[in-house]
Design a protein around this ligand. Structure first.
Ligand code: GRF
Length: 216
């Protein structure tokens, strides 16, 4: 079983999806720790309800980014995790932290990267009248939302969609693709070699795509 740490700042619905998918037994990973950067993160209660050990590394108690990142890294190492999934983690990690976990640090971003790095992705996709939108799971590099993409969940934007309706459908896709990627990594089918994604031993030319226009 591949030990996974999930790092959150907020409600933790992706964390819960990753954790629940591992409970069925088909996935070869298990969530060994959920770590939040603040006490109030809603995901902490969700994790506790699933009997997953939780820790808080309270960002406010650290003088600077370097000391926070060092404490977070120590917490991850103490958990024994070999894969780290950022899931709604709202801080930018230092290059040093990223290097330390290179090739085993994942993030999920609510857009079809490389489109719409950063914030307000749903509003930006709507404003651009895009036909499609979605979410991406990628390896983290020190370029914000810029690491190699492993898998995308893609949906069609519907007439009358708002940022809220699109966000709800994107979340449903996120809850499918993030556990899926963790499973593929745990099974040894996805890996990061020298900054590139390999799938079943061959370089991945384009992200794996999960289409789901049925998502309500
Ligand atoms: C998700 O939309 C994810 O793409 C983004 O933050 C959100 C986290 O949601 N990085 P949740 O906390 O997992 O519910």
């Amino acid at each position: 079983m591949l030990p996974v740490a999930v790092v959150i700042s907020g409600r933790g619905s992706n964390m819960e999806a990753i954790a629940r998918a591992s409970l069925g037994g088909a996935s070869r990973y298990r969530v060994v720790r959920v770590i939040a950067d603040r006490d109030g993160a809603g995901g902490l209660a969700r994790a506790a309800a699933l009997a997953i050990p939780v820790s808080v590394v309270p960002v406010k108690q650290f003088a600077d980014r370097h000391s926070f990142d060092a404490a977070l890294a120590a917490e991850i190492d103490a958990s024994g995790a070999q894969l780290v999934a950022l899931a709604g983690f709202m801080r930018i990690l230092s290059a040093e932290f990223v290097r330390r976990f290179e090739g085993r640090l994942l993030n999920i971003h609510p857009s079809l990267l490389p489109k719409y790095k950063g914030l307000d992705t749903h509003a930006r996709a709507l404003a651009a009248a895009d036909a499609h939108h979605g979410a991406s799971v990628h390896y983290v590099t020190d370029e914000l939302d810029g690491g190699p993409v492993i898998m995308q969940g893609r949906l069609r934007i519907r007439p009358g969609d708002t940022a809220d309706t699109v966000s709800a459908r994107v979340h449903m896709l996120e809850h499918i693709i993030y556990p899926h990627v963790c499973s593929l990594i745990a099974a040894g089918r996805i890996e990061c070699r020298a900054g590139s994604v390999f799938f079943d031993g061959a370089p991945l030319a384009a992200p794996l795509i999960e289409e789901n226009d049925a998502a309500a």
